[in-house]
Write a protein that binds this ligand. Structure first.
Ligand code: ZN
Length: 416
Protein backbone atom coordinates (compact mmCIF):
# COMPACT_ATOMS: atom_id res chain seq x y z
CA UNK A 1 0.00 0.00 0.00
CA UNK A 2 2.81 2.46 0.79
CA UNK A 3 4.17 2.33 -2.77
CA UNK A 4 0.73 3.05 -4.26
CA UNK A 5 0.31 5.93 -1.80
CA UNK A 6 3.72 7.33 -2.59
CA UNK A 7 3.29 7.22 -6.36
CA UNK A 8 -0.12 8.94 -6.08
CA UNK A 9 1.26 11.59 -3.77
CA UNK A 10 4.23 12.30 -6.08
CA UNK A 11 1.83 12.63 -9.02
CA UNK A 12 -0.36 15.18 -7.20
CA UNK A 13 2.32 17.45 -5.68
CA UNK A 14 3.86 18.40 -9.03
CA UNK A 15 0.63 20.09 -10.14
CA UNK A 16 0.70 23.75 -9.05
CA UNK A 17 -2.59 24.23 -7.18
CA UNK A 18 -1.78 27.29 -5.08
CA UNK A 19 -5.02 29.19 -4.42
CA UNK A 20 -5.31 32.97 -4.79
CA UNK A 21 -7.64 35.05 -2.65
CA UNK A 22 -7.52 37.97 -5.09
CA UNK A 23 -9.16 35.83 -7.79
CA UNK A 24 -12.95 35.84 -8.02
CA UNK A 25 -13.05 32.58 -10.00
CA UNK A 26 -13.98 29.22 -8.49
CA UNK A 27 -11.58 27.43 -8.30
CA UNK A 28 -9.45 30.53 -7.85
CA UNK A 29 -6.60 29.14 -10.00
CA UNK A 30 -6.59 26.88 -13.11
CA UNK A 31 -4.07 24.39 -11.65
CA UNK A 32 -6.69 23.19 -9.18
CA UNK A 33 -9.01 22.25 -12.04
CA UNK A 34 -6.13 20.42 -13.70
CA UNK A 35 -5.59 18.28 -10.60
CA UNK A 36 -9.33 17.73 -10.19
CA UNK A 37 -9.55 16.43 -13.78
CA UNK A 38 -6.74 14.00 -13.03
CA UNK A 39 -8.52 12.84 -9.85
CA UNK A 40 -11.80 12.38 -11.69
CA UNK A 41 -10.11 10.18 -14.27
CA UNK A 42 -8.39 8.13 -11.56
CA UNK A 43 -11.66 7.59 -9.69
CA UNK A 44 -13.34 6.46 -12.92
CA UNK A 45 -10.48 4.06 -13.59
CA UNK A 46 -10.77 2.65 -10.05
CA UNK A 47 -14.44 1.92 -10.72
CA UNK A 48 -16.06 4.40 -8.30
CA UNK A 49 -19.73 5.30 -8.94
CA UNK A 50 -21.27 8.70 -9.73
CA UNK A 51 -17.88 10.30 -10.46
CA UNK A 52 -18.49 13.96 -11.08
CA UNK A 53 -16.44 17.14 -11.51
CA UNK A 54 -18.75 20.10 -10.88
CA UNK A 55 -18.38 23.36 -12.77
CA UNK A 56 -17.09 25.01 -9.57
CA UNK A 57 -14.28 22.46 -9.35
CA UNK A 58 -15.48 19.92 -6.79
CA UNK A 59 -14.87 16.22 -7.41
CA UNK A 60 -17.54 13.91 -5.98
CA UNK A 61 -17.80 10.12 -6.13
CA UNK A 62 -19.52 7.20 -4.43
CA UNK A 63 -18.26 3.89 -3.12
CA UNK A 64 -21.39 1.75 -2.97
CA UNK A 65 -22.25 -0.14 0.25
CA UNK A 66 -21.12 -3.72 0.69
CA UNK A 67 -23.22 -4.33 3.83
CA UNK A 68 -26.75 -5.71 3.35
CA UNK A 69 -28.04 -3.71 6.32
CA UNK A 70 -30.47 -1.00 5.32
CA UNK A 71 -30.48 2.54 6.64
CA UNK A 72 -26.76 2.78 7.24
CA UNK A 73 -25.52 6.38 7.44
CA UNK A 74 -23.49 7.74 4.52
CA UNK A 75 -19.91 8.65 5.46
CA UNK A 76 -17.98 11.25 3.46
CA UNK A 77 -14.21 11.70 3.29
CA UNK A 78 -12.93 15.12 2.24
CA UNK A 79 -9.58 16.65 1.35
CA UNK A 80 -8.67 19.94 -0.32
CA UNK A 81 -6.60 20.14 -3.51
CA UNK A 82 -5.26 23.68 -3.16
CA UNK A 83 -2.03 24.67 -1.43
CA UNK A 84 -1.44 27.74 0.74
CA UNK A 85 -0.92 31.18 -0.85
CA UNK A 86 1.81 31.80 1.81
CA UNK A 87 4.60 30.07 -0.11
CA UNK A 88 5.27 29.07 -3.73
CA UNK A 89 3.82 25.79 -4.97
CA UNK A 90 5.15 26.18 -8.53
CA UNK A 91 7.62 23.63 -9.84
CA UNK A 92 7.57 21.37 -6.77
CA UNK A 93 10.39 18.81 -6.98
CA UNK A 94 9.62 16.16 -4.38
CA UNK A 95 12.54 14.27 -2.83
CA UNK A 96 12.01 10.83 -1.29
CA UNK A 97 14.23 10.01 1.70
CA UNK A 98 14.00 6.22 2.03
CA UNK A 99 14.36 4.81 5.56
CA UNK A 100 15.11 8.21 7.12
CA UNK A 101 18.26 7.94 9.26
CA UNK A 102 17.38 10.70 11.76
CA UNK A 103 20.06 13.14 10.59
CA UNK A 104 19.33 16.80 9.64
CA UNK A 105 17.95 17.06 6.10
CA UNK A 106 19.43 19.65 3.71
CA UNK A 107 17.88 20.94 0.52
CA UNK A 108 19.57 21.09 -2.91
CA UNK A 109 17.89 24.37 -3.91
CA UNK A 110 18.42 26.26 -0.66
CA UNK A 111 21.57 25.44 1.27
CA UNK A 112 20.61 27.65 4.23
CA UNK A 113 17.60 25.49 5.11
CA UNK A 114 17.90 22.62 7.58
CA UNK A 115 15.10 20.30 8.59
CA UNK A 116 15.91 18.92 12.05
CA UNK A 117 14.17 18.18 15.30
CA UNK A 118 14.64 21.72 16.71
CA UNK A 119 12.13 22.97 14.14
CA UNK A 120 10.30 19.66 13.61
CA UNK A 121 9.93 17.76 16.91
CA UNK A 122 7.83 15.07 15.19
CA UNK A 123 10.89 14.03 13.14
CA UNK A 124 12.00 11.97 16.17
CA UNK A 125 9.29 9.41 15.55
CA UNK A 126 9.91 9.35 11.79
CA UNK A 127 13.22 7.45 11.93
CA UNK A 128 13.16 4.44 9.65
CA UNK A 129 10.15 5.70 7.70
CA UNK A 130 10.14 6.95 4.11
CA UNK A 131 9.92 10.75 4.12
CA UNK A 132 9.10 13.15 1.32
CA UNK A 133 10.24 16.79 1.28
CA UNK A 134 10.40 19.49 -1.39
CA UNK A 135 13.74 20.74 -2.74
CA UNK A 136 14.06 24.06 -0.90
CA UNK A 137 12.37 26.41 -3.38
CA UNK A 138 8.73 25.55 -2.76
CA UNK A 139 6.39 24.04 -0.23
CA UNK A 140 5.64 20.35 -0.68
CA UNK A 141 1.85 20.45 -0.70
CA UNK A 142 1.21 17.59 1.73
CA UNK A 143 -1.41 20.05 3.02
CA UNK A 144 -3.55 18.64 1.68
CA UNK A 145 -2.37 16.31 -1.07
CA UNK A 146 -1.41 13.79 1.61
CA UNK A 147 -5.14 13.77 2.44
CA UNK A 148 -6.05 13.41 -1.24
CA UNK A 149 -3.63 10.48 -1.66
CA UNK A 150 -4.98 8.82 1.50
CA UNK A 151 -8.59 9.08 0.31
CA UNK A 152 -7.76 7.84 -3.20
CA UNK A 153 -5.90 4.86 -1.73
CA UNK A 154 -8.83 4.21 0.63
CA UNK A 155 -11.19 4.22 -2.37
CA UNK A 156 -8.94 1.82 -4.29
CA UNK A 157 -8.67 -0.48 -1.27
CA UNK A 158 -12.41 -0.62 -0.56
CA UNK A 159 -13.32 -1.14 -4.20
CA UNK A 160 -10.81 -3.99 -4.46
CA UNK A 161 -11.94 -5.65 -1.20
CA UNK A 162 -15.73 -6.00 -1.25
CA UNK A 163 -15.50 -8.35 1.76
CA UNK A 164 -14.95 -5.27 3.94
CA UNK A 165 -18.45 -4.56 5.20
CA UNK A 166 -19.47 -0.89 5.11
CA UNK A 167 -22.34 1.42 4.27
CA UNK A 168 -22.44 4.03 1.48
CA UNK A 169 -19.33 6.21 1.21
CA UNK A 170 -18.93 9.54 -0.53
CA UNK A 171 -15.67 11.11 -1.60
CA UNK A 172 -15.21 14.84 -2.05
CA UNK A 173 -12.18 16.87 -3.12
CA UNK A 174 -12.64 20.60 -2.54
CA UNK A 175 -10.85 23.64 -4.02
CA UNK A 176 -9.79 26.87 -2.25
CA UNK A 177 -9.81 25.71 1.37
CA UNK A 178 -6.72 27.78 2.15
CA UNK A 179 -8.51 31.00 1.22
CA UNK A 180 -11.58 30.12 3.26
CA UNK A 181 -13.87 29.20 0.36
CA UNK A 182 -13.54 25.43 0.52
CA UNK A 183 -17.20 24.63 0.96
CA UNK A 184 -18.73 27.84 -0.40
CA UNK A 185 -20.00 26.17 -3.59
CA UNK A 186 -20.46 22.69 -2.19
CA UNK A 187 -24.04 21.48 -2.42
CA UNK A 188 -24.67 19.51 0.78
CA UNK A 189 -27.73 17.83 -0.74
CA UNK A 190 -25.56 16.63 -3.58
CA UNK A 191 -22.88 15.42 -1.18
CA UNK A 192 -25.61 13.55 0.65
CA UNK A 193 -23.60 12.56 3.72
CA UNK A 194 -24.70 12.04 7.34
CA UNK A 195 -21.24 12.39 8.81
CA UNK A 196 -17.93 13.46 7.27
CA UNK A 197 -14.21 13.50 7.99
CA UNK A 198 -11.55 15.79 6.56
CA UNK A 199 -8.11 14.18 6.12
CA UNK A 200 -6.05 17.29 6.79
CA UNK A 201 -4.08 16.71 10.01
CA UNK A 202 -0.59 15.91 11.23
CA UNK A 203 0.89 13.24 13.45
CA UNK A 204 -0.43 9.65 13.27
CA UNK A 205 -3.25 9.22 15.78
CA UNK A 206 -4.42 12.82 15.90
CA UNK A 207 -8.07 13.83 15.80
CA UNK A 208 -9.13 17.47 15.56
CA UNK A 209 -12.63 18.32 16.66
CA UNK A 210 -12.03 21.69 18.33
CA UNK A 211 -11.17 24.60 16.06
CA UNK A 212 -10.95 28.32 16.60
CA UNK A 213 -14.00 30.53 16.42
CA UNK A 214 -13.11 33.27 13.98
CA UNK A 215 -14.08 36.83 13.09
CA UNK A 216 -12.46 39.38 10.79
CA UNK A 217 -12.16 43.11 11.46
CA UNK A 218 -11.54 45.98 9.05
CA UNK A 219 -10.64 49.38 10.49
CA UNK A 220 -10.92 52.33 8.12
CA UNK A 221 -9.20 55.59 9.07
CA UNK A 222 -9.94 58.80 7.17
CA UNK A 223 -7.47 61.62 7.78
CA UNK A 224 -7.20 65.11 6.30
CA UNK A 225 -4.74 65.67 3.47
CA UNK A 226 -3.03 69.03 2.84
CA UNK A 227 0.15 70.17 1.12
CA UNK A 228 2.90 69.05 3.50
CA UNK A 229 4.54 72.50 3.21
CA UNK A 230 1.60 74.17 4.92
CA UNK A 231 0.28 71.21 6.88
CA UNK A 232 0.62 72.86 10.30
CA UNK A 233 -1.66 75.78 9.48
CA UNK A 234 -4.09 73.83 7.27
CA UNK A 235 -4.81 71.03 9.76
CA UNK A 236 -3.27 67.92 8.27
CA UNK A 237 -4.40 64.69 9.96
CA UNK A 238 -2.16 61.87 8.74
CA UNK A 239 -4.08 58.58 8.60
CA UNK A 240 -0.77 56.68 8.52
CA UNK A 241 0.24 58.01 11.94
CA UNK A 242 -3.13 56.98 13.33
CA UNK A 243 -2.72 53.52 11.81
CA UNK A 244 0.66 53.23 13.53
CA UNK A 245 -0.90 54.27 16.84
CA UNK A 246 -3.58 51.65 16.39
CA UNK A 247 -1.05 48.86 15.93
CA UNK A 248 1.08 49.95 18.86
CA UNK A 249 -2.01 49.98 21.11
CA UNK A 250 -2.63 46.23 20.51
CA UNK A 251 -1.75 43.99 23.51
CA UNK A 252 0.84 42.20 21.42
CA UNK A 253 2.77 40.58 24.26
CA UNK A 254 -0.24 38.50 25.31
CA UNK A 255 -2.61 38.44 22.36
CA UNK A 256 -0.72 37.91 19.08
CA UNK A 257 -0.16 34.66 17.13
CA UNK A 258 3.59 34.88 17.78
CA UNK A 259 3.09 35.18 21.56
CA UNK A 260 0.29 32.64 22.13
CA UNK A 261 -0.21 28.87 21.87
CA UNK A 262 -2.52 26.05 22.95
CA UNK A 263 -6.00 27.30 23.80
CA UNK A 264 -5.09 31.02 23.76
CA UNK A 265 -6.64 33.28 21.16
CA UNK A 266 -5.27 36.37 19.45
CA UNK A 267 -5.80 39.56 17.47
CA UNK A 268 -3.65 39.49 14.33
CA UNK A 269 -3.13 42.38 11.89
CA UNK A 270 -2.83 40.79 8.45
CA UNK A 271 -2.71 43.73 6.08
CA UNK A 272 -2.28 47.48 6.11
CA UNK A 273 -2.53 49.87 3.21
CA UNK A 274 -3.00 53.58 2.95
CA UNK A 275 -1.91 57.16 2.40
CA UNK A 276 -2.15 60.43 4.34
CA UNK A 277 -5.80 60.68 3.48
CA UNK A 278 -6.96 57.17 4.20
CA UNK A 279 -5.67 53.95 5.75
CA UNK A 280 -7.19 50.48 6.04
CA UNK A 281 -6.11 47.87 8.57
CA UNK A 282 -7.26 44.26 8.37
CA UNK A 283 -7.28 41.85 11.28
CA UNK A 284 -8.25 38.31 12.07
CA UNK A 285 -9.64 37.60 15.55
CA UNK A 286 -9.37 34.08 16.96
CA UNK A 287 -10.42 32.27 20.13
CA UNK A 288 -11.69 28.78 20.95
CA UNK A 289 -14.58 30.11 23.04
CA UNK A 290 -17.16 32.74 22.12
CA UNK A 291 -16.69 34.91 25.26
CA UNK A 292 -12.97 35.04 24.46
CA UNK A 293 -13.76 35.99 20.86
CA UNK A 294 -16.06 38.75 22.14
CA UNK A 295 -13.13 40.09 24.19
CA UNK A 296 -11.00 40.22 21.04
CA UNK A 297 -13.72 42.21 19.30
CA UNK A 298 -13.84 44.55 22.30
CA UNK A 299 -10.08 45.16 22.03
CA UNK A 300 -10.31 46.27 18.39
CA UNK A 301 -13.48 48.30 18.96
CA UNK A 302 -12.01 49.92 22.09
CA UNK A 303 -8.84 51.03 20.30
CA UNK A 304 -10.97 52.40 17.44
CA UNK A 305 -13.08 54.45 19.86
CA UNK A 306 -10.02 55.69 21.72
CA UNK A 307 -8.36 56.79 18.48
CA UNK A 308 -11.52 58.56 17.36
CA UNK A 309 -11.85 60.37 20.71
CA UNK A 310 -8.20 61.47 20.62
CA UNK A 311 -8.47 62.83 17.07
CA UNK A 312 -12.00 64.11 16.36
CA UNK A 313 -10.94 65.51 12.95
CA UNK A 314 -10.35 61.95 11.70
CA UNK A 315 -13.01 59.35 11.06
CA UNK A 316 -12.37 55.88 12.43
CA UNK A 317 -14.75 53.09 11.48
CA UNK A 318 -14.45 49.47 12.70
CA UNK A 319 -16.39 46.73 10.93
CA UNK A 320 -16.44 43.16 12.21
CA UNK A 321 -17.67 40.13 10.30
CA UNK A 322 -18.17 36.51 11.31
CA UNK A 323 -15.92 33.90 9.68
CA UNK A 324 -16.47 30.48 11.32
CA UNK A 325 -17.18 28.90 14.70
CA UNK A 326 -15.57 26.17 16.80
CA UNK A 327 -17.02 22.85 15.55
CA UNK A 328 -16.95 21.56 19.14
CA UNK A 329 -20.13 23.56 19.86
CA UNK A 330 -22.03 21.14 17.63
CA UNK A 331 -19.96 17.98 18.07
CA UNK A 332 -20.32 18.04 21.87
CA UNK A 333 -24.05 17.40 21.38
CA UNK A 334 -23.29 14.12 19.61
CA UNK A 335 -19.76 12.82 20.00
CA UNK A 336 -20.28 9.62 17.95
CA UNK A 337 -18.28 10.90 14.94
CA UNK A 338 -15.33 11.61 17.26
CA UNK A 339 -15.70 8.49 19.42
CA UNK A 340 -15.82 6.21 16.37
CA UNK A 341 -12.71 7.88 14.98
CA UNK A 342 -10.96 7.19 18.29
CA UNK A 343 -12.11 3.58 18.14
CA UNK A 344 -10.80 3.23 14.58
CA UNK A 345 -7.42 4.69 15.56
CA UNK A 346 -7.18 2.29 18.52
CA UNK A 347 -8.07 -0.62 16.23
CA UNK A 348 -4.83 -0.06 14.28
CA UNK A 349 -2.74 0.00 17.44
CA UNK A 350 -2.36 3.76 17.92
CA UNK A 351 -3.39 5.91 20.85
CA UNK A 352 -5.84 8.61 19.70
CA UNK A 353 -4.74 12.16 20.56
CA UNK A 354 -7.07 15.16 20.60
CA UNK A 355 -5.43 18.07 18.83
CA UNK A 356 -6.70 21.65 19.21
CA UNK A 357 -6.78 23.10 15.71
CA UNK A 358 -5.45 26.66 15.90
CA UNK A 359 -7.28 27.52 12.71
CA UNK A 360 -10.34 26.40 10.81
CA UNK A 361 -10.98 23.53 8.43
CA UNK A 362 -13.63 22.89 5.80
CA UNK A 363 -15.21 20.91 8.64
CA UNK A 364 -15.75 24.04 10.74
CA UNK A 365 -18.26 25.37 8.21
CA UNK A 366 -19.74 21.95 7.41
CA UNK A 367 -20.32 21.12 11.07
CA UNK A 368 -22.07 24.45 11.60
CA UNK A 369 -24.22 23.71 8.53
CA UNK A 370 -25.33 20.42 10.10
CA UNK A 371 -22.80 17.93 8.75
CA UNK A 372 -20.54 16.88 11.64
CA UNK A 373 -16.97 16.84 10.24
CA UNK A 374 -13.99 16.21 12.54
CA UNK A 375 -10.46 16.24 11.12
CA UNK A 376 -8.17 13.20 10.99
CA UNK A 377 -4.40 12.91 10.69
CA UNK A 378 -2.76 12.26 7.33
CA UNK A 379 0.91 12.79 8.18
CA UNK A 380 1.54 16.40 7.06
CA UNK A 381 4.17 18.41 8.99
CA UNK A 382 5.77 21.90 8.90
CA UNK A 383 3.13 22.94 6.40
CA UNK A 384 2.95 26.19 4.36
CA UNK A 385 6.72 26.50 3.98
CA UNK A 386 9.88 25.00 2.47
CA UNK A 387 10.48 22.61 5.42
CA UNK A 388 7.23 20.75 4.83
CA UNK A 389 7.52 16.94 5.04
CA UNK A 390 5.40 13.83 5.21
CA UNK A 391 6.04 10.22 6.25
CA UNK A 392 4.56 7.72 3.80
CA UNK A 393 3.99 5.10 6.52
CA UNK A 394 1.87 7.63 8.48
CA UNK A 395 -0.26 8.17 5.39
CA UNK A 396 -0.71 4.39 5.24
CA UNK A 397 -1.85 4.38 8.88
CA UNK A 398 -4.42 7.03 7.95
CA UNK A 399 -5.75 4.76 5.18
CA UNK A 400 -6.04 1.88 7.67
CA UNK A 401 -7.79 4.07 10.24
CA UNK A 402 -10.31 5.15 7.58
CA UNK A 403 -10.94 1.54 6.54
CA UNK A 404 -11.61 0.75 10.22
CA UNK A 405 -13.89 3.75 10.48
CA UNK A 406 -16.05 2.61 7.57
CA UNK A 407 -16.35 -0.83 9.19
CA UNK A 408 -17.32 0.61 12.59
CA UNK A 409 -20.03 2.81 11.05
CA UNK A 410 -21.18 -0.19 9.01
CA UNK A 411 -21.42 -2.35 12.11
CA UNK A 412 -22.95 0.16 14.52
CA UNK A 413 -25.05 2.17 12.09
CA UNK A 414 -26.84 5.09 13.74
CA UNK A 415 -26.96 3.35 17.14
CA UNK A 416 -24.80 3.94 20.18
ZN1 ZN B 1 -5.17 21.88 4.96
Amino acid sequence: MTEALLSRFLRYVVVDTQSNELSKACPSTPGQMELQELLRTELETLGADDVQLTKHGYVLATIPPTSRKSGLPTIAFLAHVDTAPDFSGKGVQPIVHRKYDGRPIRFPHNRRLVLESSVAPDLEQAKGKDLVTASGMTLLGSDDKAGVAVIMTLAAHLLRHPAISHGPIRICFTPDEEIGRGVERLDLEELGADVAYTLDGGLAGEIGWQTFSADAAVVGIEGVSTHPGEAKGKGMVNALHLAGKFLSALPRERCAPETTSGAEGFVHPTRIEGSVERATLRFILRDFELPGLARKRAIVQGISRGLQAAEPRARVVCRISKQYRNMAYWLRKDMRPVERAREAIRSIGLEPVDRLIRGGTDGSRLTELGLPTPNLFCGQHNIHGPLEWVAVQDMALAVQACVGLTEIWGRKGRGK
